[in-house]
Structures are given as structure tokens and as C-alpha cells.
Design a protein around this ligand. Structure first.
Ligand code: ATP
Length: 219
């Protein structure tokens, strides 16, 4: 379980996140919805300690991450697929996925076959180089790579940005299937409400760095 409590984040003198509280259990799928500039990426990066200066509590399965580097946070089971999803252009899709197992450290990662099975659109591309993929295909590889270490919590930062609707539907099905099958908690930042609603049970709305609503989709 990922527990974020009273999280504040700063870039220089700018106070970006204000007292964010949220929890993602091991079988929870949770969305953060917000407009451009509301603080979604800052929140994702803060949880991984990858950029902003932060103040507040972040625990993973009871372990306090406050003093842990982003590398250690990944080893302990957090996986971030950032907004600028970069894959290695000179590695094949298969190697782009396998290299992510390094982030698992001592924990067991996932089998390549099972991940390719969950992302059926990647199978035919397995031998291609990263540089030979479209932007949407690279995004699929980046999301699949994020699950290879079998994280306890997967952080997906606006994964649908720039994707065609048909690909968004495929990605939604893959994300739900892999989180359920491998018991991975999901924290998803999105502006695409359809995708967020399909993939998650709980939603937080963020405005100007503050959570202004938390609840179920029905609420
Ligand atoms: P988007 O949907 O456009 O990606 P977002 O919700 O992810 O937006 P953030 O990228 O977290 O929003 O930005 C939140 C605020 O922090 C914005 O006001 C932004 O200008 C500011 N900000 C983001 N990155 C930096 C940075 N490196 N230095 C200073 N300010 C930053």
C-alpha cells in the first residue's frame, strides 16, 4: 500500500503541492484528474523523489520512504512511467522491456511472455528497434516496461496524451488486466475522463496543487 500524507512540493520558491493525502492499496486503482498545470506531474515525481523538493509523508507497505532516493524507491516497488515516455531507440522492444527488470533488484519481475500477452499489440513489434516505432507504439512499450519489475504501485502520468482513440481503448484494457492479474496498485494521472473512469475505482480531483475532491466515480 502506498500512503501519501501531508505532501508539499516546491520548485525553488514556488509552492506547488499543498498537503496532498492519498492512499493506493495493493488492488486499488486510483485516478488523479486535473487540468494543465494543476500539479499532476509534480505529484507523480514527488512520490518517486524525482525532481521537486518535498516535505511530508510517503510510505510503501509501511516503509517510510522519506530518506530514500528515487533509485531505492524503484527497488522497493514504485514504478513511474513519466509524461515524456522515452524508450531506448537502439534496443529492440524485447530488450527495452527486459532492461526494466534491473529496477526490480531482488524482487522477482514479470515474464516477458506474460507481459506481451497482456499487450497483444506489442507482440508483432517485439524484434523492432525503438527508433522504428510510432509515438503511440513507444507509449505502449513504456507502459509495458513500467510493469516489468512487477511494482507494488505503478504510477502512470498521462499515458493517453497524444494517442488515437482506438489505441486508448486497447491501452485501457491492458492496464486493467495487468493490474488485476499481477496485483499491482495503480495511481493514474489523466485528463481523459473516459480512460480514467474505465481504469480506476477511486478518483481525486486536483486544482492548483490541492486535492479538492476524493471519492468514487458515482459520487
Ligand atoms: P499537465 O497536465 O500540463 O502536464 P500538470 O497537472 O502535470 O500539468 P505540473 O507539471 O505538475 O502540472 O505543474 C504544476 C505547476 O508547477 C505549474 O504551475 C508549473 O508551471 C510548475 N512547474 C512544473 N515544473 C516546474 C519546474 N521544473 N520548475 C518550476 N515550476 C515548475
Amino acid at each position: 500500500m502506498l500512503e501519501v500524507s501531508g505532501l508539499n512540493a516546491f520548485y525553488g520558491d514556488s509552492h506547488i503541492l499543498h498537503g496532498v493525502d492519498l492512499t493506493v492499496g495493493s488492488s486499488d486503482r486510483v485516478s488523479i484528474l486535473g487540468r494543465n498545470g494543476s500539479g499532476k506531474t509534480t505529484l507523480m515525481k514527488s512520490i518517486l523523489n524525482a525532481g521537486p523538493r518535498i516535505h511530508g509523508g510517503i510510505r510503501l507497505d509501511g516503509t517510510d520512504l522519506a530518506r530514500e532516493t528515487s533509485f531505492r524507491r524503484a527497488r522497493l516497488g514504485l514504478s513511474l512511467v513519466p509524461e515524456d515516455r522515452r524508450i531506448f531507440p537502439h534496443l529492440t522492444v524485447t530488450d527495452n522491456l527486459l532492461i526494466a527488470l534491473a529496477a526490480a533488484g531482488d524482487r522477482a519481475g514479470l515474464d516477458l511472455e506474460r507481459v506481451l500477452d497482456t499487450f497483444p499489440m506489442l507482440g508483432p513489434l517485439a524484434a523492432r528497434y525503438g527508433s522504428q516505432l510510432s509515438g503511440g507504439q513507444q507509449q505502449m512499450v513504456a507502459v509495458a516496461r513500467g510493469v516489468m519489475p512487477r511494482p507494488r504501485c505503478l504510477l502512470l502520468d498521462e499515458p493517453t496524451e497524444g494517442l488515437a482513440p482506438v489505441i486508448v481503448r486497447q491501452l485501457a484494457a491492458s492496464v486493467v488486466r495487468l493490474c488485476d492479474e499481477f496485483k499491482i496498485g495503480l495511481l493514474l494521472s489523466e485528463q481523459n475522463i473516459w480512460f480514467a473512469r474505465f481504469c480506476t475505482q477511486h478518483v481525486h480531483i486536483i486544482e492548483n496543487g490541492r486535492i479538492v475532491f476524493s471519492g468514487s466515480w458515482d459520487e
